[in-house]
Design a protein around this ligand. Structure first.
Ligand code: PMP
Ligand code: GLN
Length: 380
């Protein structure tokens, strides 16, 4: 058995959802929305299930979807991508991450990671033989810091893995942060793997800037996206990778033996969805921003300290002012005794640098949020 995987606990999202089911809790833990996703996209998928395509699509993805991804990123982020050589469809961002790490790391290569980090990153880096160099980003700001980067990067650094916007802290890194990181990537000749699955879920008029767009980064950035987040269809697992053709050739070698292809019917529907107009994207963001504000306001009224949330479906509360310093114990009591599931953010810090932050998913209808708020009354 492989030691890295044998010693892993089951992911915190699965555990908390299981506890939520057992205790009849309102589930604000695992990130999935109440919104069923756009009807026309779901109808297109249903039609494609009945009429096809239903056989193996090309391994790089349906041509119509690769074309739609290139057009989409040109329109929304000003990127110029060749759909034939620089775009690949994967079975979710998760496959894209696993494949990229398998394809790009040699055992012993150093990989710079930022905590809090999505829980899949570290086991995948380790399983690929990478040597993690972790930079802790601390609440409440969770900003990149030049001194910490200088300490983490070395001649042995081969790859840096950035999640922007960042789950779970809901931070959006802007031009200044990205330029700082780009400077280190160029100086140390490092590949940047940029998990941008939350690229469209940004609030308050802010815009997502892809790391790939920064000077010197076009040839060294692998950008990952996910239709699950864009269209509130998390179970679909349709992801996309964009990268320079030379990198893509290697990424495709991993993809061909991980999943090879992704359901073609869902790909056809995502191709249609990516063409939605600006008004649709604005409405989607506005809807989630309203839910964020609803939950944040309700929590503040009940005495909780709420951290800012610039992006994603998540907001965080600081439980230290309530006298709590163990987020795992807090979340266990919250789900078992009070009927609300949340995620302890220490699960995203491999070095347990932070233990007083709790993540709540606000991508829910108001009655769901109100039910959770009712159950949290009197806790702070
Ligand atoms: N990366 C991040 C930062 C995520 O938050 C998620 C899922 N929430 C994923 C990757 C996985 O995406 P997918 O479901 O497309 O595999
Ligand atoms: N990415 C989702 C979250 O952050 C959950 C994904 C999963 O369940 N593995 O909650």
């Amino acid at each position: 058995m492989n030691r890295v995987f044998a010693e892993l606990p089951t992911t915190v999202f699965e555990r908390m959802s299981q506890l939520a089911r057992e205790h009849g809790a309102v589930n604000l833990g695992q990130g999935f929305p109440d919104d069923p996703g756009p009807e026309d996209v779901r109808e297109a998928a249903a039609r494609a299930v009945m009429d096809g395509p239903n056989q193996y699509p090309p391994m790089m993805g349906l041509p119509a979807l690769r074309e739609a991804i290139a057009v989409h990123y040109a329109r929304h982020q000003g990127l110029t991508l060749d759909p034939d050589t620089e775009v690949m469809v994967t079975s979710g961002a998760t496959e894209a991450l696993a494949g990229a790490l398998l394809a790009l790391i040699e055992p012993g290569d150093e990989v710079v990671l930022f905590a809090p980090m999505y829980d899949a990153y570290l086991p995948l880096v380790r399983r690929a033989g990478g040597v993690p160099r972790i930079v802790n980003l601390l609440p409440p700001a969770f900003r990149l810091d030049e001194a910490a980067l200088a300490e983490a990067f070395s001649d042995r650094t081969k790859l840096v893995l950035l999640n922007n916007p960042l789950n779970p802290s809901a931070t959006l890194f802007g031009h200044e942060d990205l330029a700082l990181l780009a400077r280190f990537c160029c100086a140390h000749d490092v590949i940047a793997l940029c998990d941008e699955v939350w690229e469209h879920v940004v609030f308050d008029g802010a815009r997502h800037l892809p790391l790939m767009a920064l000077p010197g980064m076009r040839e060294r950035t692998v950008k990952i996206g996910s239709a699950g987040k864009i269209f509130s269809l998390t179970g679909w697992k349709v992801g996309f990778v964009t990268a320079d053709a030379q990198l893509m050739r290697v990424l495709a070698k991993a993809h061909q033996f991980l999943t090879f292809t992704t359901p073609p019917n869902l790909q056809a529907a995502v191709a249609l969805g990516l063409g939605k107009d600006d008004a649709w994207f604005e409405a989607m963001r506005a809807g989630y921003a309203r839910s964020r504000d609803h939950l944040a306001e309700g929590l503040r009224q009940r005495g909780f300290t709420v951290l800012p949330a610039a992006a994603t479906w998540f907001l965080n509360i600081d439980i230290a002012p309530l006298g709590h310093h163990d987020d795992v114990a807090f979340c266990e009591a919250l789900v078992t005794r009070h009927g609300v599931a949340a995620i302890p953010v220490s699960a995203f810090y491999p070095e347990e640098a932070v233990r007083h932050i709790v993540r709540l998913c606000f991508a829910k209808a108001d009655p769901t949020l109100d039910a959770a708020l009712d159950r949290m009354s009197g806790l702070a």
